[in-house]
Design a protein around this ligand. Sequence first.
Ligand code: SF4
Ligand code: SF4
Length: 269
Amino acid sequence: MDRQNSVDETGNGSARFLPLKGNSFRFRCHRHISCFTKCCANLNLVLTPYDILRVKGRLGMSSDEFLERYTETRIDPQSRFPKIVLKMDRDNGNTCPFVNPKGCTIYEDRPGACRIYPLGRGVMKVDQEKEARRRFFIVEEGHCLGFEEDKEWTVEEWMADQGLAQYNAMNDRWSEIMTSSKRLGPEAHIPHKLQMFAMASYNLDRFREFLFKSRFFELFELPQNQKDRLEKDDLALLEFSVEWLKFSLFGEKTIDLRKALGHHKQYQS
Ligand code: SF4
Ligand code: SF4
């Protein structure tokens, strides 16, 4: 089955995607339900950059270690960009590597797709429009008995209960890159741009190295307090990575070049 992030609402397998009637739905998940943890197996769980930041931080791992041990890269033919998917534990019934009989071992930092279930949230940013378009729907998985429980939620109540505000905010920023209709420029430059996309999105340790060990700050004008934050704070770094990707992939004027440098052809072709 597919458990997709908030950027992409498509899926297949045993899940059904149903319209949300009104603004509420009936659902309850708890450890005494007979399907407990059945949903944590056979997943196509796409991780967003913010999911990776949270889980790798929880595990105290470097970006390289986390990506190598727990993820696979998939090239989605419908998207220009590589996606990162959580590797299921094939030696253990194709279960999520973070599930045990008591539940999710990374619960406080579980990915956004695990939090938002049984809702799905489609986000589409149209370049000319200021606000992204959002749409909620129900994702009904055949084995899930939570729909038979007697608890009613509004969408807003569910979002608050599952701690989704920060996930949605960070994923929405990133979705502006993923769903942009802007062109990546000449064919010859696309492989390099896709590498940059993968590093700045998914491997924050290497992105930080790229900023601090290259001539980046000679070329780009950033206040010292922002540089200090980028050095220490992964969240600030992730926010900056979106601005950088808009600049380097699409040529948007999101970052100031130092005035002495009259051009920025290196990153905008
Ligand atoms: S109720 Fe649904 S979400 Fe909860 S444990 Fe069962 S299958 Fe998973
Ligand atoms: S991260 Fe946690 S909630 Fe999500 S599939 Fe794995 S065990 Fe289940």
